[in-house]
Design a protein around this ligand. Structure first.
Ligand code: ATP
Length: 459
């Protein structure tokens, strides 16, 4: 099959357009076939002609064994060439065989590792790594169609816009749940990695809960990994946000402490009913590796797909609870680099947006203006480079509350605190799809709620 395809390619160089999106040189089994494909593709790609004559000078006319010279080998390829019509099927067959060989390799390696695993090692890690490799192979299927024709792609975009305008199709925006943030970023785009970074207590988990609730209420499939707070707290926060009323707020602390009036129980039940129609799943493991995250995302994606909902966005609270491999053990900068790279790949492979919460170190607190800037991520591996959006949460109220003037009861400081206590700033330090500006959010930290505007009930 490999010889027949290479022969056809040397007889008709235009076949490269059909073959190149399907196979890479590495997919060919024989070394001489790999080399021939590489040289032919590079000649054709640079506008030259690849024939047995032009190729014959390249590898030299050495003996390939049993008296077969390169010139004879190339002539034989042409004699055995398949038809133009069959070329794509041959390429697909070769690609499938290459995948089979890789599966066998992974399976053999996995068996060897399982036999030799040291007692202190984690078998789940070995299984997770193997699954990641197998997912990589599944991803390779996609390479068959990664080469695009800009003319056709532009046509597809315009056709989709027309279908949206005529009401035939819904807009694809996966809302963050906050209108101004959607306008600034175009929402949670498939394949994107968001990093939401802040000092402790600024409201990262509050943003996660509020955004997850609002995105799911607007129809997005949402998965949240609550690696830091426990099951009870995360679900109490979800309920407090959904049941929010500015006249009679219910704090998540009171829900956790069972200090709830009968009327409030009724409101919590109404919030619980709402949850029934929201495609929202919460997972509460204590620590995960990137491979385990990938595995759980795939499982949830399949489960949601079976109910007719695509999984759109995954929140991870938070970075410190993600365990890197042993490769860079002890070097946190490299470990974080490995984690952010893996998460970006997962987002791309699975067509989802990942929102990773991260904690900033205290260096910024020695500055006059304590609003975080991109440089504050400098010690965090490649977070900035891998992320499509870097958003910093800042609440001035946190700092006013800690100031000596406020603690001494200074009326100006108290007034400033009251002005600021329900305001959060989301500073877009990096934004691949738009401008880097600050989005203002309203918040009530006791109820784990955030929104675009002051509100009466969860929108
Ligand atoms: N009942 C309450 N009244 C006032 N503020 C509250 C109340 N409950 C929580 N908060 C405030 O909410 C903030 C915590 O919010 P959140 O947990 O979302 O922040 P975080 O950035 O995720 O924090 P961490 O990094 O410590 O996990 C803290 O500043 C806390 O003081």
């Amino acid at each position: 099959m490999e010889q027949a395809l290479l022969g056809a390619l040397l007889l008709n160089n235009k076949l490269l357009d059909v073959v190149a999106p399907v196979i890479k040189a590495d997919d060919l089994f024989e070394e001489i076939h790999r080399r021939t494909f590489e040289v032919a593709a590079s000649l054709i790609g640079s506008g030259q002609v690849a024939t047995p004559v032009t190729l014959g000078t390249f590898p030299g006319d050495q003996d390939l064994g049993s008296g077969l010279t390169v010139k004879r080998y190339l002539a034989r390829l042409c004699a055995e060439a398949t038809t133009l019509f069959m070329a794509k099927d041959y390429a697909l067959g070769i690609h499938d065989l290459a995948i089979r060989r890789k599966i066998i390799l992974i399976a053999n390696e996995l068996a060897e590792q399982a036999y030799d695993l040291p007692v202190q090692a984690r078998p789940a890690q070995v299984a997770g790594d193997a699954i990641a490799l197998l997912h990589g192979l599944v991803g390779e299927e996609g390479t068959r169609s990664t080469r695009k024709e800009p003319l056709a792609e532009a046509g597809a975009i315009i056709a989709r816009i027309k279908r949206v305008q005529s009401g035939e199709e819904k807009k694809r925006l996966v809302s963050t749940g906050f209108d101004d943030l959607d306008r600034a970023t175009t929402g949670y785009q498939p394949g994107a990695l968001w990093v939401l970074a802040a000092r402790p207590g600024m409201g990262k988990t509050t943003f996660f809960v509020a955004s997850a609730n609002r995105a799911a209420r607007r129809g997005a499939g949402v998965l949240g990994f609550a690696l830091e707070v426990g099951n009870d707290q995360i679900h109490s926060r979800i309920l407090a946000d959904l049941a929010y009323s500015s006249r009679d707020p219910i704090s998540f602390k009171n829900i956790m402490a069972d200090e709830i009036t009968p009327d409030e129980v009724w409101r919590l039940e109404t919030a619980q009913e709402r949850l029934g129609s929201m495609p929202l799943t919460i997972d509460v493991p204590s620590r995960l590796t990137p491979s385990e995250i990938r595995m759980r995302i795939r499982t949830e994606k399949d489960r949601m797909a079976a109910t007719g909902v695509p999984l759109n966005v995954v929140f991870i609270d938070y970075l410190k609870q993600i365990q890197a491999s042993d490769r860079y053990s002890g070097n946190r900068v490299y470990e974080v680099g490995e984690i952010s790279y893996s998460l970006k790949q997962i987002a791309k492979d699975e067509g989802i947006c990942i929102v990773l919460l991260a904690q900033l170190n205290r260096a910024l607190e020695s500055r006059e203006d304590k609003r975080p800037i991109l440089a504050d991520l400098r010690e965090s591996g490649d977070l900035e480079a891998d992320a499509d959006v870097v958003a910093f949460l800042h609440r001035e109220a946190m700092y006013i509350q800690r100031s000596p003037a406020y603690l001494d009861g200074d009326p100006d400081a108290v007034t400033r605190f009251l002005d600021e206590q329900n305001r959060a700033e989301l500073i877009l330090g990096k934004n691949r799809a738009g401008e880097t500006r600050t989005v203002s959010l309203w918040c009530d930290m006791a109820c784990s709620t955030m929104s675009d505007h002051v509100r009466g009930a969860a929108q």
